[in-house]
Design a protein around this ligand. Structure first.
Ligand code: TTP
Ligand code: MG
Length: 240
């Protein structure tokens, strides 16, 4: 199969509707099919906003985003979002079972597929410790899960759909290093283009390339070594 998931940001600027502040300015970069790109930048630099434009939770104010050379506005929203597994910064679970929460968005998911995704997301063991395992009720009236457990259920929900593009917004922040490492390793078996926002340089270094944004602008994109040579901000982040 031809690798898909080529993403292009073509001079993208963005202002939230009803506001005047430019959150992204003239952002341009491309991500190759199957590439893993880490996105780093200080809090408020626009990382989440950049993510939200890809599945068109918001539309760019200027410029164009293309997936596989087609503007995202040319796809139906349904088709666009079906091809993207988006794990938001604060994922929400709905009232239902763990299994239902993982299978959400994929019709006819089998138990085997649900467990497989949960294992890859490194949440299977924790689920097996719940009173009713995969049938445990979560959400408003269900058991309380930790932030990290919710993140991993949300990751399993993204993985089960085998998306063309996987986007993780700081989704490994609550994980210990060993679990995070296992998760990143398991994700390698998915042929998707992966964008991952992270605060941790050690996580960013595992990606093929790193995108550094600051105040809504792309400061640098490249490998860890390239950024060390080209970006003084990156040097400062690494040594801080
Ligand atoms: P974010 O895109 O949320 O910045 P970030 O994701 O890099 O920050 P963090 O590391 O803390 O997650 O915000 C960029 C700017 O956009 C910031 O000024 C807040 C503003 N903003 C809105 O106005 N509405 C929104 O829904 C979001 C997400 C951000
Ligand atoms: Mg954010």
């Amino acid at each position: 199969r031809v690798k898909q998931g080529f993403i292009t940001f073509d001079h993208v600027s963005f202002i939230y509707p009803g506001t005047t502040k430019s959150v992204l300015s003239n952002v341009r970069f491309s991500v190759n099919p199957g590439e893993r790109l880490a996105v780093i930048g200080s809090t408020g630099s626009g990382k989440t906003s950049l993510f939200q434009l890809i599945p068109r939770l918001y539309d760019a104010t200027e410029g164009e985003i293309r997936i596989d050379h087609r503007p995202t506005t040319d796809y139906t929203l349904d088709n666009l979002r079906r091809s993207i597994g988006y794990v938001p910064q604060s994922p929400l679970l709905f009232t239902g079972t763990v299994a239902e929460n993982i299978a959400w968005g994929k019709e006819h998911a089998s138990t085997k597929e649900i467990i497989h995704a949960a294992k890859d997301a490194q949440i299977h063991d924790a689920i097996m410790e719940l009173d009713n395992q995969y049938q445990t009720k979560v959400g408003q009236k269900g058991v309380n899960l930790s932030g990290g457990q919710k993140q991993r259920i949300s990751i399993a929900r993204a993985l089960i759909r085998n998306p063309k593009i996987l986007m993780l917004d700081d989704s490994t922040s609550a994980l210990d290093l060993t679990t995070e490492s296992k998760l990143l390793h398991a994700m390698e078996s998915y042929e998707c283009t992966t964008l991952l926002i992270t605060q941790k340089i050690s996580t960013a270094m595992r990606a093929d390339r790193i995108l550094l944004i600051d105040e809504g602008k792309v400061l640098a994109i490249g490998t860890h070594e390239e950024l060390l040579h080209s970006s003084s901000l990156y040097q400062r982040i690494v040594t801080s």
